[in-house]
Write a new protein. Structure first.
Length: 182
């Protein structure tokens, strides 16, 4: 693929991701679903343009979503969790066996989720409205294991979805999609 096609594809994916992220201000309960969907768009970039271009688009969308989108939790979810995960997934799956790659991916996902949990509470001022009853317990030591268990299950499911979407893209959509960028 030519550099001009890579730039065009990156711009299209960035624009689509930002447009989707804007949906979180209109429909607030999509604050975590939309960043996960935007993260799946990175699969196309990793496949067609490589990891460097995918990381460039990730950085662009992360910065723009943190600046432009009023829902900071959606921007933080993309920047800290979902945006780079398809690239990390590809790196680990290419270097290690399936089971070892899964262990490394879960370790990184849990570390990042715990860090983003505390960063979101301390610096982004994520609103705890609706869960006031749990607010006194958020800084307790026993919250971290609960987050790790739920995060592991969630990321395992997200990893399966990403893998299946990558297979579907490569088998069904790739030829049709890439006709536009020749």
């Amino acid at each position: 693929m030519k550099n001009t096609s890579k730039i065009a594809l990156g711009a299209i994916m960035s624009g689509l991701s930002i447009a989707l992220m804007i949906l979180t201000t209109i429909i607030p309960f999509l604050s975590y679903a939309v960043p996960a969907i935007c993260g799946t768009l990175i699969i196309i970039l990793v496949t067609e343009c490589g990891k460097k271009w995918a990381l460039l688009v990730y950085a662009c969308v992360s910065i723009l979503s943190l600046i432009l989108i009023p829902d900071k939790s959606a921007g933080a979810a993309y920047a800290l969790i979902f945006g780079y995960y398809p690239v990390v997934k590809t790196i680990f799956e290419n270097k290690f066996s399936r089971h070892i790659a899964l262990i490394f991916k879960l370790i990184i996902a849990n570390i990042v989720l715990l860090l983003s949990y505390y960063i979101s509470l301390k610096f982004f001022g994520i609103d705890t409205e609706g869960i006031e009853w749990i607010t006194p317990y958020l800084t307790k030591w026993y919250v971290a294991p609960i987050i790790i268990v739920f995060a592991s299950v969630f990321f395992y499911m997200y990893d399966i979805v990403l893998s299946r979407l990558a297979i579907i893209y490569k088998k069904r959509w790739r030829k049709k999609f890439m006709k536009s960028f020749k």
